[in-house]
Design a protein around this ligand. Structure first.
Ligand SMILES: [Zn+2]
Length: 78
């Protein structure tokens, strides 16, 4: 298992997620983001807005995703 925080994954807090693959950890971060969206957490809404503008540019989004994934791969196992 490897651990990354919400903020490392484009979020806004230090909540830690653990998973064996980047896809899993990205999914956990997404679920957490949706909960924060429901509770209208200002810091997360702001982070989400930045992600959404990134998503309008598929090349930039792809580069962001790959760099997060590379960071995950380079982490030591827990
Ligand atoms: Zn968070």
């Amino acid at each position: 298992m490897k651990t990354m925080t919400c903020s490392q994954l484009g979020g806004a807090c230090d909540k830690a997620f653990s998973a064996n693959t980047f896809e899993e950890i990205a999914e956990q971060s997404k679920q957490h983001g949706m909960e924060m969206f429901k509770s209208q957490d200002a810091a997360h809404l702001d982070a989400m807005q930045k992600m959404q503008s990134l998503m309008k540019d598929p090349a930039a989004m792809g580069a962001w995703y790959e760099s997060r994934k590379a960071e995950f791969e380079s982490l030591p196992e827990d």
